[in-house]
Write a protein that binds this ligand. Structure first.
Ligand code: GLY
Ligand code: MN
Ligand code: MN
Length: 542
């Protein structure tokens, strides 16, 4: 009997997997629940966190952009629709019937007509059954609810509202949910200081009478550049104070302004999310690794397929075709495919050169798989062979990357890989005669090398030291645009090599290592035949 039961349960399980024609390998509801538990465990007594979903963004006229969930919201709920709000309480609350709860998800209301046009909605029942919330309501219930946010010691939100949601015909869109929250909580953006003001207010607060002159000189030196400092009445009063007594009075006012009189806190939530999201769980690692491998395999296929007559956008299409073939939903960020001088534009996304010719082609792309995005760059010669100049720069960047990757070990500062790569690259640039000395300020290596990836391509984190199960890019680059103050033979060479590195107890693991990186290995891969060689379409111009 028991055997049959097991058989039937197994059959039902397998058949739902087989019958289901949509992906089933998203993060589990247990994962999201656990993340909410961790957040709750960090929240102080009598506090509440309020997190909003993303809204629908308009592209043009009656066409909207493809919806993408806010990564923090997704991390905590698994909900993939707009117009929702999550409320997490530090302790159990009791409703009028004596039932207790410690979290509520408010979701988009089900609507037959809207679902006929734009697809199925999970609704309240779906939020309970599929996402595992005990308590879920429609968005309008949040607007009509009497939640008294003023009674909490702390109300945590994701930072100052950017107010970039559109007011639509929907009676519970994010615009209206946020508006309702602002009314309920008494949110007043004017009392929150910008990071720059916070910094200078703190500086003034901590300035002793002996150091006042120094602080005043520092602020005066910067106020031309930053109008925010010039227009701030507290700062102006402080720097113009005619005597020490007045200066101290203004110092006092600044200290008070540093502690806005509100229970709304903008810092706690983002900081907790950074701490949680920078370390990947096993479940996240499976999906993230898949996103990275898909992206690396895209690079391999393009290495085989690339021909000088191809356009940048065609190459982009091959990468993205590989992503879609693996079932990746999106690209994690706009794809960058830049030949020659175009590669010098760091976030070049026009990808509109019609022939890559014999240039180096810089390709920075990442598949997004079940919400997780890779970030992988390869730079390869369209002809299949590096010229001596291209190879010299390429091998230098490669050496810098290798030296940097070796520093992805537990406890090492996250700034070390860039410093290590930069030192090596500067020495190389001197040897090649591109710069004169290793200390020379130069524009050829303008960006950082190491950011977390995850649900965001630039994932939040504390950016202090490497810890186990972080996944961080290592992406040195050297860019020599046309007209640079060096021998012309280097002009138009742009090289970035970017890999996604997992920090472990032992050696760092290169998750994107399936795509060749060494110049010789790239040339070998490019000599291989591509199945796309036979994919010839009709010529529409004939
Ligand atoms: N693709 C963006 C970056 O490399 O950071
Ligand atoms: Mn990157
Ligand atoms: Mn990148």
């Amino acid at each position: 009997m028991k055997f049959f039961k097991i058989l039937i349960v197994t059959f039902l399980f397998l058949s739902t997997k087989l019958i289901s024609q949509t992906p089933t390998d998203f993060l589990s509801k247990e994962f999201h629940k656990d993340r909410r538990e961790v957040l709750r465990s960090k929240m102080p007594e009598n506090s509440v966190s309020v997190v909003f979903s993303n809204s629908i963004r308009n592209r043009a006229n009656d066409v909207d952009y493809v919806f993408h969930q806010d990564p923090n919201f997704y991390y905590l709920t698994g909900y993939r629709e707009p117009n929702a709000v999550l409320v997490v309480f530090s302790e159990d609350q009791t409703d009028e019937n004596g039932n207790s709860y410690n979290e509520i998800l408010y979701v988009q209301k089900r609507n037959k007509r809207a679902e006929q046009w734009n697809g199925k909605r999970l609704g309240v029942e779906g939020a309970k059954n599929e996402l595992g919330f005990d308590l879920a309501f429609n968005g309008i219930d949040f607007i009509n609810s009497k939640i008294d946010f003023k009674k909490f010691d702390k109300v945590f939100i994701e930072g100052k509202f950017k107010d970039d949601h559109r007011n639509s015909n929907d009676n519970a869109d994010v615009f209206k949910l946020v508006k309702s929250f602002k009314q309920k909580s008494g949110y007043n953006p004017a009392i929150f200081l910008s990071p720059m003001k916070k910094y200078f207010y703190s500086l003034i607060k901590e300035t002793t009478p002996e150091k006042r002159e120094e602080t005043v000189a520092r602020i005066k030196g910067l106020q031309e550049q930053y109008s925010e400092l010039k227009e701030d009445k507290f700062i102006q009063n402080y720097i113009n104070a005619s005597d020490e007594k007045l200066a101290q009075d203004y110092q006092q006012k600044v200290s008070l302004a540093l502690q806005p009189q509100t229970n709304i806190d903008l810092d706690f939530f983002p900081s907790q999310m950074a701490t949680m999201r920078e370390i990947k769980t096993e479940e996240e690692m499976k999906l993230l690794t898949k996103a990275v491998r898909i992206s690396a395999i895209g690079q391999v296929e393009v290495m085989k397929a690339m021909k000088p007559h191809m356009s940048e956008v065609e190459l982009q299409g091959i990468h993205e075709f590989v992503y879609k073939k693996y079932g990746a939903e999106y690209e994690g960020y706009p794809s960058i495919v830049g030949a020659g001088n175009n590669g010098c534009i760091l976030h070049y996304i026009e990808n509109n050169k019609t022939k890559v010719g014999n240039d180096l082609v810089l390709m920075d792309l990442g598949a997004e798989y079940r919400g997780f995005t890779a970030d992988v760059t390869r730079t390869i010669p369209a002809s299949g062979k590096f010229t001596p100049e291209q190879k010299a720069i390429y091998d230098l960047v490669y050496a810098g990357q290798e030296a940097g990757i070796a520093k992805y070990v537990i406890g090492e500062k996250m700034s070390t890989p860039r410093a290590t790569a930069e030192k090596l690259i500067n020495e190389g640039l001197v040897k090649l005669g591109i710069i004169k000395s290793v200390d020379e300020e130069h524009p050829y290596m303008p960006h950082g090398t190491s950011h977390h990836i995850g649900l965001d391509v630039h994932d939040p984190g504390n950016y202090e030291t490497f810890e186990k199960n972080m996944v961080v890019t290592m992406e040195p680059g050297v860019y020599i645009p046309e007209g640079s103050p060096c021998d012309k033979k280097w002009w138009g060479i742009a090289v970035r090599i970017e890999d996604d590195i997992l920090v472990t107890d032992g050696k760092p693991v290169n998750l994107s290592g399936e795509a060749p990186r060494k110049s010789e290995e790239i040339e070998k891969m490019m000599a291989k035949k591509s199945v796309l060689n036979d994919f010839v379409l009709p010529d529409l111009d004939k």
